[in-house]
Design a binder for this molecule. Structure first.
Ligand SMILES: [Zn+2]
Length: 456
């Protein structure tokens, strides 16, 4: 016999939720009618409806946490509660470590997760749907992350609401809420079950196919989404197409890589709107973003993560960011070394938020590379290299318009065995447009190690 717990909602709440959801669905339907190339996952939309209560709770926690004067943050309190209970007992990696203080746990790094990420999955969630995402791979070997429904929909629906509210931005109703433009994942429409915003679209571009970028531009011009969200090098690729200037977002959000001042100014000019930088990791979701008062400094979201620092070096004025979170109870990560070196500002910001601010190092800067045609592309197309071949670290350098140099450090085996497959991988990813030379990566320990470099 299977017993299903019966949850009763107040009938008034259900009516309001359904009404808002129906209105948001109508907006998705209108988009689908004109753009059948976008898809809509009905099953996922229905699952998200069950998470409305949790999403409201998460958003409220973010809003109070920003102003909270308490020294113990929401995330820190949540972590303490989880540690004090038996909630980690079904996670192999934490067995025998829980019930104490957070700082009594050992630091963990990506390597530990790469070697066996399944040890971090909470068996309590074995019978529930989990979403698997893979880390993007800009800073290391891709890792599988498993998300609970609450965490997955938090990232999908609340990230941009949180980021835009830090800069005091409110999206217009009756206009598509946002467009995410990427070079991975599928094209689709999502509808926020909280009914706060209109539908959001996700567009995929093939950087080696001008038609694919023109098609994405046409959709952006037609739908005019309020917020444009993409990695900064993808925005750079879009901005080469003059027709894209007919798209007038109200806000541009850059995430996933370092945003140089010069790039920010160019985007501001091109789109005639504010440009905000956000920092996130697939492991935790977006965890920091700028306010309007202090560009370049990103407030940490203390409703999701608790942060600490591992000293980079005694003389270096920056630190490695270490994060802990129980926001994703399907795979909570505690004392996780991000590998990102930051500077820290703890004083209260003039925007009124008490959330500490970090400034990212330029090590995460992803430049654009140039094709013979003059068109730009993001070298993150090579991100899969270390997942496809036994390569521990690599660097790709564009030396001139015809030539790419790839420096590799083998994970196992001899360098000579990897030269030919690396050459084939890089040539194929860049559609055989370049001469490729493969060599040995001698040193990569610097905190400012840049995986991609462009010399032209
Ligand atoms: Zn601020």
């Amino acid at each position: 016999m299977v017993l299903v717990p019966c949850i009763t909602h107040h009938s008034g709440d259900v009516a309001v939720i359904l009404l808002k959801f129906t209105s948001a669905l109508k907006s998705a339907t209108r988009i689908l009618e004109n753009h059948p190339e976008l898809s809509f996952d009905i099953e996922e939309a229905l699952l998200s409806l069950k998470e409305v209560g949790d999403l409201e709770r998460r958003l409220a926690a973010f809003n109070t946490s920003r102003q909270e004067k308490e020294t113990v943050s929401v995330a820190e309190r949540d972590i303490s509660n989880v540690l004090a209970s038996a909630k980690l007992s079904k996670i192999q990696a934490y067995q025998g470590l829980g019930t104490g203080a957070l700082n009594a746990l050992p630091l963990m790094d990506r390597q530990v997760l790469q070697n066996n990420s399944s040890r971090y999955i909470n068996q309590e969630f074995a019978s529930q749907p989990l979403w698997e995402t893979t880390t993007y791979g800009t800073t290391g070997f891709p890792i599988s992350i498993y998300s609970s429904a609450g965490f997955y929909f938090d990232q999908l629906f609340l990230s941009l609401i949180k980021i835009s509210s830090r800069v005091g931005f409110n999206a217009e109703r009756n206009r598509v809420y946002a467009a995410h433009v990427t070079d991975t994942h599928g094209q689709r429409i999502t509808v926020n079950p909280m009914g706060r915003n209109e539908a959001t679209i996700r567009l995929i571009i093939d950087q080696f196919d001008d038609n694919s970028i023109r098609q994405a531009s046409r959709i952006l011009i037609d739908l005019q989404p309020c917020i444009l969200c993409a990695r900064s090098e993808i925005i750079e690729v879009l901005a080469q197409f003059s027709e894209c200037s007919q798209y007038r977002p109200e806000l541009v959000v850059c995430s996933g890589s370092f945003l140089e001042d010069e790039r920010r100014e160019r985007f501001k000019h091109f789109f005639s709107c504010p440009v905000v930088n956000a920092y996130g990791l697939t492991e935790f979701g977006p965890v920091a973003s700028e306010c309007s008062a202090t560009p370049g400094w990103l407030h940490i979201d203390r409703s999701i993560v608790h942060h600490e620092f591992a000293a980079d070096s005694e003389v270096h004025p920056t630190h490695e960011l270490v994060l802990s979170s129980v926001s994703n109870m399907a795979m909570p990560l505690l004392r996780y070394r991000t590998g990102d070196i930051v500077r820290v500002e703890n004083n209260m910001c003039i925007c009124g938020s008490v959330d500490p601010q970090v400034s990212m190092s330029s090590g995460r800067l992803v430049p654009t590379f140039k094709r013979r045609s003059g068109r730009l592309f993001s070298p993150t197309i090579f991100n899969g290299l270390s997942a496809s071949l036994p390569i521990a670290k690599y660097q790709v350098i564009q030396e001139n318009i015809n030539q790419l140099v790839v420096l590799i450090h083998p994970r196992v085996g001899a360098l000579s065995d990897l030269i030919e497959p690396t050459l084939r991988y890089v040539q194929s990813a860049s559609r055989n447009e370049f001469d490729v030379r493969v060599g040995h990566l001698e040193s990569y320990s610097s905190s400012n190690f840049q995986r991609y470099k462009c010399m032209i």
